[in-house]
Write a new protein. Structure first.
Length: 97
């Protein structure tokens, strides 16, 4: 038997799949979003952009922006009973309405 790979996208066959309407390249404006510290954001992973992609465990969670790290945004997310720090690029974040 061949050993299964243990990459960062393991077991994400359906979770990181685009719907047929969303296939293709993402809008360029999504990369230029700016987030202020203290702002609430949803983590919505864009599978078409591999750079700055957060770990799949954080898909769909909501957190608070705490700062920037280069082009990426630092987000504090509550996962279970702990606060986790997620570093993700703006393509994978949306503002909470």
């Amino acid at each position: 038997m061949v050993q299964a790979s243990r990459g960062t996208r393991k077991k994400t066959r359906y979770m990181m799949r685009k719907s047929p309407r969303d296939r293709g390249m993402s809008p360029i404006t999504r990369e230029f979003q700016d987030f202020a510290a203290g702002e609430k954001v949803n983590i919505v992973i864009d599978p078409g952009v591999h750079k700055g992609m957060p770990f799949s465990r954080f898909q769909g969670l909501t957190g608070t922006v705490t700062g920037r790290q280069g082009k990426a945004v630092v987000v504090d997310v509550k996962a279970g009973n702990k606060m986790k720090t997620v570093v993700a690029r703006p393509e994978h974040l949306t503002k909470v309405k």
